[in-house]
Design a protein around this ligand. Structure first.
Ligand SMILES: C[S@@+](CC[C@H](N)C(=O)[O-])C[C@H]1O[C@@H](n2cnc3c(N)ncnc32)[C@H](O)[C@@H]1O
Length: 350
C-alpha cells in the first residue's frame, strides 16, 4: 500500500517536499521517523551518521539529558506522542526516562501499567530500545492500543477525521453497543477527549466550558490525533501490546538482564476516582520488581507507606518534583534497584 503524507489536511511543517520511493517494508517506519523530525524540530541526521554501516534507524537523538529534580519539567518541551490525555500521565517524567534508558541501555522496555503509554511511545520513537512491550487491563484503553497497532488504524483515523463532534453525535456514538475492537476504540478516544480531565472511569462527566469556551470540542484535535495514530502505527513492528493483568507478565517480559521495566501503577490515593482498574496489590508489585533480573524504575506517590515498602525491600529512592494540573508543585517518588544514574544526570546539570 502506498503511504502518503499528503493524505492529511495538515501536511508537513518543515517547508517544501520531495517525492521519494523506498521499499514497502521500510515505508511506515521511515514516515514515522520523518513525522517525528517534522513535529519536534529535531535536526535530520548528520552526514557522518548516515555513512556508518548500521541497519538501525537513528533519530540522531540526544546525549544523556540533564535533570533538575527540584524543578518541574515544562511538558510543552516534550513531544506529545500519545493519543490519550491520560490522568496521571507521565509526560513530565520523559527527560528522566531518557536519562535512565540512555544509562541502562536495555534492548527491551516493558511497561506493565501502560495507560497513555507515553513512556513506551517515546522509547520506541526515539530508538531508546529495540522493542517495547506494554500492557493494560482496562478494556477500552486496550481496544485503542489494539486498534492502532493493527490495520484498524486506518478506519480509526478516517472516523476521527470525519467525526462531527457535538453533544448529540458523541452521545449517539457512545450509546452504540460496541461489538468490535475498533468501535470500542473510537468510543474510548471520544470519552477521553470529552470527559473532564480525560477521566474515563464511571461517573466522570462531560467537559462544560473547556479551553477558550469551546466546550465539548475544547480537547478535540482530529488532525493531531490522526498524525499521532499514524506515527504509532508506523512503529507497530516493535511495539507489542498485551491486554491483561500486568502482574502475571512481569517474569515473562522483565526477567532478562537486557530488559528494563517502567512501573507506574494506579495511584495509591487518587486511583479509584481516575481509573476503572484501580485496585492493585502494591506489595506484590514491589516483590515482583525486586526478584527480576531486569532493571526497574517505579514512580509512585511520595507517601510514607510507599517509602516504607521501598526501604523494606532494599530499593533505592529519589524524590522528584512535578507540577500538578492545578499548578501546585508536588513531590513524587522514583524507586529503583540502584538510582545512581539519577545523581549522575542531576550532577551534570549542577
Ligand atoms: C497511573 S496509570 C498509568 C499512566 C501512564 N504511565 C501514562 O503515562 O499514561 C495506571 C494504569 O494501570 C492500569 N491498570 C490497573 N491495574 C492494572 C493491571 N492489573 N494490569 C495492567 N494495567 C492495570 C490502569 O487502568 C491505568 O491505566
Amino acid at each position: 500500500m502506498g503511504v502518503s503524507a499528503t493524505s492529511f489536511a495538515a501536511k508537513w511543517r518543515s517547508g517544501p517536499t520531495q517525492v521519494i520511493r523506498v521499499p514497502e517494508s521500510m515505508a511506515e517506519r521511515l514516515m514515522a521517523i520523518a513525522r517525528h523530525w517534522d513535529t519536534t524540530g529535531i535536526e535530520p541526521l548528520a552526514d557522518h551518521v548516515l555513512a556508518e554501516p548500521s541497519p538501525v534507524y537513528q533519530l540522531g537523538l540526544p546525549n544523556i539529558p540533564r535533570l533538575e529534580p527540584g524543578r518541574p519539567v515544562n511538558v510543552s518541551s516534550v513531544p506529545q506522542l500519545s493519543p490519550f490525555r491520560y490522568p496521571g500521565g507521565k509526560t513530565w517524567l520523559i527527560p528522566t526516562i531518557r536519562a535512565w534508558l540512555l544509562h541502562t541501555k536495555p534492548k527491551r522496555l516493558f511497561e506493565p501499567f501502560a495507560g497513555g503509554a507515553i513512556v513506551s511511545l517515546t522509547a520506541a520513537s526515539e530508538n531508546l530500545v529495540d522493542e517495547v512491550v506494554f500492557c493494560e487491563l482496562d478494556d477500552g484503553v486496550a481496544a485503542v492500543w489494539k486498534a492502532i497497532l493493527s490495520d484498524d488504524c486506518h478506519w480509526l483515523i478516517d472516523r476521527i477525521l470525519s467525526f462531527d463532534l457535538n453533544e448529540k453525535t458523541v452521545r449517539e456514538e457512545l450509546s452504540v453497543s460496541a461489538s468490535d475492537t475498533k468501535t470500542r476504540a473510537l468510543q474510548t478516544i471520544l470519552r477521553n477527549r470529552v470527559q473532564r480531565g480525560g477521566i474515563m472511569a464511571p461517573g466522570a462527566g462531560f467537559v462544560k466550558t473547556g479551553e477558550g469556551g469551546r466546550g465539548l470540542r475544547s480537547r478535540w484535535y482530529p488532525e493531531t490525533l490522526a498524525k499521532r495514530l499514524l506515527a504509532i502505527y508506523g512503529q507497530r513492528e516493535r511495539m507489542h501490546f498485551i491486554h491483561g493483568d500486568a502482574l502475571s507478565k512481569f517474569r515473562r517480559y522483565g526477567n532478562a538482564q537486557s530488559s528494563a521495566l517502567y512501573v507506574d501503577p494506579p495511584y495509591v490515593k487518587a486511583a479509584r476516582r481516575l481509573y476503572s482498574c484501580w485496585n492493585v496489590d502494591h506489595q506484590a508489585i514491589f516483590e515482583r520488581c525486586r526478584d527480576l533480573r531486569g532493571d526497574v524504575l517505579m514512580s509512585y506517590d511520595h507517601t510514607s507507606e510507599v517509602t516504607n515498602w521501598a526501604i523494606q525491600m532494599n530499593f533505592d529512592t529519589r524524590a522528584i518534583s512535578m507540577k500538578h494540573t492545578h499548578h501546585t508543585t508536588m513531590s513524587e517518588l522514583l524507586i529503583g534497584k540502584d538510582m545512581s544514574w539519577f545523581d549522575l544526570s542531576s550532577k551534570a546539570a549542577a
